[in-house]
Design a binder for this molecule. Structure first.
Ligand code: KG4
Ligand code: ZN
Length: 365
């Protein structure tokens, strides 16, 4: 690589409005010049989930100010960046339109190339910015809208090895919390409640255990939680803690078994070419300490490096969008035209067959 590039990134695909400026240097390293995020959590909390219309409106209100702030904090200005990038899918159509239209306007006004970025590619490439990871590696993306195991072979070269056939993992946490009367978002609330609980009290199912496919399924677990809560009603605080702990034990067991299959497949296919195999985790659920520890232990056992980018770069942000655009630009991918359209459904691996129920919610990635 003999050049560097500096990109303004914009992210508006779900409930975070974000802008960032990132530089990819000639030696392949990256510098985050600014990273500004406005989380809409408070505006959606009373509804127990993201409301698309409220999200789109909040993006419109915030994004200009966030971009100004990101440019100011970066010490550069629009005239001195090399390109503008925005998430153009997958995600909620209203938010995607806000971010992409804003990026188009800036691109046209400042005469800069435009990059319409797949949000999942942002998650997939972040570990190269934070840990200088070489290809190929595995990515486990566990967020409110996605649960995927992705083989990252190169920039723009991805194979989806596994996905959820029903609910996303974060969604299962959120629904379990709602069912038990805990706060939104459910993940942190369930993790907190589980600390005082007995993870062996309730025998909850381990969906798809033993299945040769590398897919995930969580809706049966959610149903089992409901039935357990009903059978135990009226539930005490201790019952709630025990259900949460048992739910987390079932999730952790399931992930361990499902993920280990992917690690073994990776070793089978890449033992000759990849001497430093790595598993990257991303998405909000990666914040869960119990899950994280289980995955770390699994990596140790299987000779994999465990890579977890800092939490602010694991959840939705604009740094990853700017970085993905920078990697694409340096690799020689063409910029997008002003006719680039938002794509609410946009699989990272265009060749992967769609799975029944997958992407049902399709809101968060
Ligand atoms: O990546 P993220 O911030 O947003 C998107 O989905 O794009 O992920 C949010 C999801 C929510 O479902 C939330 O409940 C879950 O991540 N989450 C957790 C934890 N913190 C956040 N799940 C389990 N344990 C946690 N500590
Ligand atoms: Zn995401």
């Amino acid at each position: 690589m003999d050049t560097s590039t500096c990109i303004l990134g914009i992210e508006t695909s779900c409930d975070e409005s974000a802008a960032a400026v990132v530089r990819l240097n000639a030696d392949g390293s990256g510098d985050i010049l600014s990273d500004v995020v406005f989380s809409q959590l408070d505006e959606h909390a009373e509804f127990g989930g993201v409301v698309p219309e409220i999200a789109a409106r909040a993006h419109v209100e915030k994004i200009d100010g966030l971009i100004d702030k990101a440019l100011q904090e970066s010490g550069t200005d629009l005239a001195h960046i090399d390109a503008v990038a925005a998430t153009s899918g997958p995600g909620l159509i209203g938010g995607l339109m806000v971010g992409l239209m804003t990026a188009k306007a800036l691109s046209a006004a400042a005469d800069k190339p435009l990059y319409a970025i797949n949000h999942l590619e942002g998650h997939a490439l972040t570990a190269r910015l934070t840990d200088r990871l070489e290809f190929p590696y595995l990515l486990l993306l566990v967020s409110g809208g996605h649960t995927q195991m992705v083989l990252v072979r190169g920039v723009g070269d991805y194979a989806r090895w596994g996905t959820t056939i029903d609910d996303a993992l974060g969604e299962a946490f959120d629904k379990t919390a709602k069912l038990l009367g805990l706060a939104y978002p459910g993940g942190p609330a369930v993790e907190q409640a589980a600390k005082a609980g007995d993870g062996d009290r309730f025998a909850l199912p381990r969906p798809l255990r033993g299945d040769k496919r590398l897919d995930f399924s969580f809706s049966g677990l959610k149903t089992a939680v409901r039935q357990t809560a009903q059978a135990t009603a009226p539930v005490s605080d201790q019952d709630i803690a025990d259900i949460c702990a048992s739910f987390q034990t079932a999730i952790t067991d399931t992930l361990r078994e499902r993920v280990e299959r992917s690690l073994k497949r990776f070793v089978n296919e890449y033992a000759d070419t990849c001497k430093d195999p790595a598993l990257v985790v991303a998405g909000g659920v990666a914040a869960n300490r119990i899950i994280r520890q289980a995955l770390e232990d699994l990596c140790d056992k299987n000779g994999f490096r465990f890579v977890a980018p800092p939490q602010n770069l694991c959840t939705d942000n604009a740094v990853m969008i700017a970085w993905a655009a920078a990697e694409r630009r340096i690799c020689g991918f063409a910029a997008d035209g002003l006719d680039a359209a938002p794509r609410p459904r946009w699989p990272l691996d265009e060749h992967s067959a769609s799975v029944v129920g997958h992407g049902k919610r399709g809101a968060k990635a």
